[in-house]
Design a protein around this ligand. Structure first.
Ligand code: NAP
Length: 293
């Protein structure tokens, strides 16, 4: 694989940042990697895992001389990071991110950045419930989608370069309008997480005896929810606050459909239940056929 960037700077190097860094290193996609995190403990791990050529706690120092800057922190840190990196960015640099909400990413980064850099927000639709640099792996993006949400005036060459990097990391790349991205992700990712947090929370609130039975019999459906509900609390707090409008809209629809199901159960309308469960089973088959299971 050929070198695509000279120096890539990661601002935040947890699950997603470190997975990208691992892939870039493994396949020689950049000459140099610089990693930035807040805590010394994280920087020490990055050094021990040999994920970067240089580490620093100062975002401005990290982006100096970088032709690609990847913001890979929780969304609530973006505005502050934008301000701190702006004066140190190289003219012509590409600034991207991996955050799960795109409207808020643009709102928080764009105003701070100088006009001579290219902001191309991105979102790899891949992840696990684990966090930190030790949780990453080079194959995380293999066969998974990465959504880029370029701005109306985004430079074509810069977009092509970033697309090539994600493709080299194993991703299928698609571009999308940021608002559309946030709506789609609200239903396929954010709402399912909210439901999982709710179910696991409800079970936790039940009495002690019932709780142990919940654990014992978890394989009957609950277990899949507990995996999702083990996702990073800070990241997910930020996702719901950053994508408030779209999540509330999807939640409203969900509530209506849930009420309809509640009514069908109350009135013994088995045909309605069976008709829905038949349709949803077909969706699962479609996901398996699209290799996204
Ligand atoms: P993570 O494993 O928790 O890593 C977060 C990184 O950001 C750490 O290096 C952390 O450094 C740094 N950081 C945290 N708060 C910061 C702050 N206020 N200022 C500066 N740096 C800060 O997170 P992740 O799972 O990689 O997620 C990163 C981004 O990717 C999020 O925006 C998330 O929405 C997006 N994303 C996540 C997934 C997923 O499944 N996890 C999937 C797709 C996209 P310290 O350790 O020093 O605090």
């Amino acid at each position: 694989m050929s070198i695509l960037f000279d120096r890539v700077a990661f601002i935040g190097i947890g699950l997603i940042g470190s997975s990208m860094a691992r892939r870039i290193r493994r396949d020689g996609l950049a000459r140099e990697i610089v990693a930035c995190a807040r805590r010394q403990e994280t920087l020490d791990k990055v050094v021990a895992l040999k994920l970067a050529d240089r580490v620093t706690a100062d975002p401005a120092d990290a982006v100096k001389g970088a032709d690609l800057v990847v913001v890979a922190t929780p969304l609530s840190a973006y505005a502050e990071i934008g301000k701190r990196i702006a004066p140190a960015l190289e003219p012509g640099a590409i600034v991207t991110d991996v955050g799960s909400v795109k409207g808020a990413a643009i709102r928080d980064l764009l105003p701070a950045l100088p006009s001579n850099v290219h902001l191309i927000p991105g979102h790899p639709v891949a992840g696990t419930e684990h966090s930190g640099p030790e949780a990453g792996f080079a194959e995380l993006f293999e066969g998974r989608w990465t959504i880029l949400t370029p701005l109306p005036d985004t430079d074509r060459t810069a977009l092509d370069k970033l697309t090539k990097l994600w493709q080299a990391a194993g991703s299928k790349v698609v571009t999308m309008d940021p608002e559309h991205h946030d709506k789609v992700l609200a239903i396929v990712s954010h709402l399912p997480h909210l439901i999982a947090y709710t179910i696991v929370g409800t079970a936790t609130d039940l009495e002690q005896t019932l709780q142990s039975e919940v654990i014992n019999f978890s394989a009957s459906g609950f277990r899949d929810f507990t995996r999702i509900a083990a996702s990073d609390p800070v990241m997910w707090r930020d996702v719901f606050l950053a994508n408030r409008e779209a999540v509330l809209e999807m939640l409203q629809r969900f509530n209506e459909d849930l009420t309809a199901l509640q009514r069908a159960i109350r009135w013994g309308e088995g045909d309605k239940l069976q008709e829905l469960f038949t349709r949803t089973r077909a969706i699962r088959r479609a996901i398996i056929e699209a290799n996204q299971a």
